[in-house]
Ligand binder design. Sequence first.
Ligand SMILES: [Zn+2]
Length: 305
Amino acid sequence: MIMMYHGISSCNCFKINGRHLPAKEFEKHIQYYQRHFDIVSLSQIYAIRQKNIIPKRTTIALTFDDGFINNLDTALPILEKYKVPATFFVTTAPIENKDSLLFSEILEIGCAIPQKDEVQLGNIIFKRTGKYQWISEGGQSLYAFLRQQKSQEKNRLVQDWKIRYKLDEQIKKIDKQCYALMNEKDLKQLASSPLIELGSHTHSHHLLTSLSDDELRFELQRSKSLLEKITGRKVESIAFPDGFYDKRVIDFSVNEGYKNLIAVGLNSREDLSMSGLLPRMGVSCADGLAFNMVLISSFLNTNGF
Ligand SMILES: [Zn+2]
């Protein structure tokens, strides 16, 4: 079983979004895993799979998506304290542009301060329906609407949004731990820990299924070559942004030299036979350990363990 985390934070990132788990809560997760499971690296999960070994205990690997700076500042010290291996899937755009942000963060920072009941992206109005939920009249969420746009239109919408919601001013009011991504120096430091493996989460976190062939190839190649330059090691793992994949994405990824392909849910159970593709269980940051234990149990049941 592969677990998916995003941020681990020591400040109150809940004001912005629900993807950062408080550090104290994360420590409880580790203690629980160590009592009940064997925690191995992602490479070991793949080695076990390739050799058709059936482990005596449920065996898990921890992964972290997006490459938030709090992965280095907050998650790494906890992993080192418990001597637990982990893989970080990072978006590499901040290596080339230090102020690079994820699309989700750009939207959420715009929404968060001041608290609003209604926001506008392009010509569409989205109304608040939950703590982090904004839904259009057509029933689409704010982020889902943005992520499916073609790159040019997406950039236009994001520029428009940044101006409308004064992003440069808003961002100064927020702790960096809640949104900033790791740069080259941070990634070097993270990769220097013997417990850590780095994988690609693409270069700019676009939905891969929505890209042209050239754009897709660029996203896969650029992140791989940047990470290999930083780590001095081969990067063979990729986690697809938001878990979206199709046959073309799989074929292109394999072609670019990725061997370990990580989704969230699989499009169908038959996809388990696709080269190197494995699902993950998304850990809920908004709920306590007890609820996550229920999720783990249900994941193990559905995936046939
Ligand atoms: Zn992501």
